[in-house]
Ligand binder design. Structure first.
Ligand code: PLP
Length: 418
């Protein structure tokens, strides 16, 4: 097939991503421009992010450890990154901003920091990163509509004594649908519970304001936020984190080690960031935050809505292609769409899209096994059950109309073969 060259982005106010001119081989060995529709897994690097990392490298040096100028500069850049991430998420001045490896690392850190006896309430829709880390969890059935999610959380939290934490994802990594996080936070607080929002999929697509939403904790990953340098963040109330066992035991987390024992830092950032931190990851994350903020959310959201509308209308127009949705086609969502194709397994579709059309999508259960099984109406099939999988197309900065149209044309071709 013939495809026009990809354009870096449709709107000049939107920064470009690296790899927009990447060419990939298709069957027969011909190279064609890559149509990356797999942003929800890992987004490409923004050019300003790569530039910020390149600019920091010549002075790269130790953090919090050296008196040398390069060390002071690198330390200042690292701490500036913390401020930027705090501002980007609208966090409170006294919230901890801890750099982690990714979202999974951040939820696990919080899981280890919960006061003894904490009960976690979590929906079965969650990504495994937010579903699995908890020692003592009450799992809530998948709600048929947003109000039912709030009611179910209300009832479950009312039953629990002692410390409690409600965990919810802001935007589903399977359907892209937005969850009523403000209402859930409100309910959680009425029961004296705290709320953790998994914002891994939300922050690349929408502005998040932790303070305005009344959230206690937020987690996300740099590699989904156009900053693939191995950093993520856990942000939120400092008290539980200051009292918890240090996440990693080692240098940086201690004030002193002497004959009477080890004296750990109480400052949550120092306490939980032992060892040499991922400075470049933090700088990259902050550069992505700056780039999105300076582009402006309305510009980003308008472009995404345009492409998402085109994608969903195209899918809806193909007989035999079925979009997955929890709360119906009109519920608000970000640029993530999962679907199944009659007559093909998800793996067959994904392989054909890659091998014949140069399109990258994800297939599988997207680390949200209970939720995908629910959407597909399949039973407790084994991990390798090919019928219990879907295809996911996800978009972001750098996605073009041509990418979307190519996917729709390819799927039309595919279904015509059945
Ligand atoms: N939460 C959600 C909603 C996700 O989509 C993902 C990744 O797909 C994660 C958590 C885990 O992110 P990471 O793999 O960066 O830890």
């Amino acid at each position: 097939m013939t495809v026009p060259a990809s354009r870096a982005s449709q709107d000049r106010r939107i920064p470009a991503v690296l790899g927009s001119d990447l060419e990939v081989p298709i069957k027969g060995g011909r190279l064609i421009p890559y149509a990356n529709l797999d942003y929800a897994a890992s987004a490409p690097c923004l050019e300003p992010v790569s530039a910020a990392v390149a600019a920091a490298l010549p002075a790269y040096s130790s953090v919090h450890r050296g008196a040398g100028y390069a060390s002071q500069l690198t330390t200042a850049r690292y701490e500036q990154a913390r401020h930027t991430v705090r501002a980007f998420t609208g966090s409170r001045p006294d919230d901890a901003v801890i750099f982690t490896r990714n979202t999974t690392d951040a939820t696990n850190l919080l899981a280890r920091s919960l006061p003894e006896g904490t009960t976690v309430v979590v929906f079965d829709t969650e990504h495994h990163a937010s579903l699995l880390p908890w020692a003592n969890a009450v799992r809530l059935a998948i709600p048929a509509f947003p109000g039912e999610a709030v009611r179910a959380a209300d009832e479950a939290l009312a039953e629990i004594d002692g410390p409690k934490l409600l965990v919810v994802t802001a935007a589903s990594n399977v359907t892209g649908e937005l969850w009523p996080i403000a209402a859930l936070a409100h309910i959680a607080h009425r029961h004296g519970a705290r709320v953790l929002v998994d914002a891994a999929q939300l922050v690349p697509h929408r502005r998040l304001n932790l303070t305005a939403l009344g959230l206690d904790y937020v987690v996300f990953s740099g590699h989904k936020l156009y900053a693939p340098f191995g950093a993520g963040a856990l942000i939120g109330r400092a008290d539980w984190l200051s009292r918890a066992e240090p996440y990693l035991r080692g240098g940086g987390a201690v004030r002193a080690v002497n004959d009477d024992g080890v004296h750990w830092h109480e400052d949550p950032e120092a306490r939980h960031e032992a060892g040499t931190p991922n400075v470049l990851g933090a700088i990259a994350l902050a550069a992505a935050c700056d780039a999105l903020t300076s582009t402006g959310w309305s510009v980003l959201v308008d472009e995404e809505e345009r492409l998402l509308g085109r994608l969903r209308a195209g899918l809806a127009g193909i007989e035999g292609v079925h979009e997955l949705s929890l709360w119906g086609p009109d519920h608000a969502r970000i640029g993530i769409v999962s679907f199944v194709v009659d007559g093909f397994t998800a793996r067959e579709v994904a392989e054909a899209l890659s091998g014949e059309y140069g399109i990258g999508v994800r297939d599988g259960k997207f680390c949200a096994h209970p939720f995908v099984r629910h959407l597909l109406g399949t039973g407790n099939g084994g991990c390798e059950d090919a019928t219990a999988s879907a295809v996911r197309a996800s978009i972001g900065i750098g996605t073009t109309s041509e990418h979307v149209d190519r996917l729709i044309t390819a799927l039309r071709d595919l279904v015509s073969r059945v």
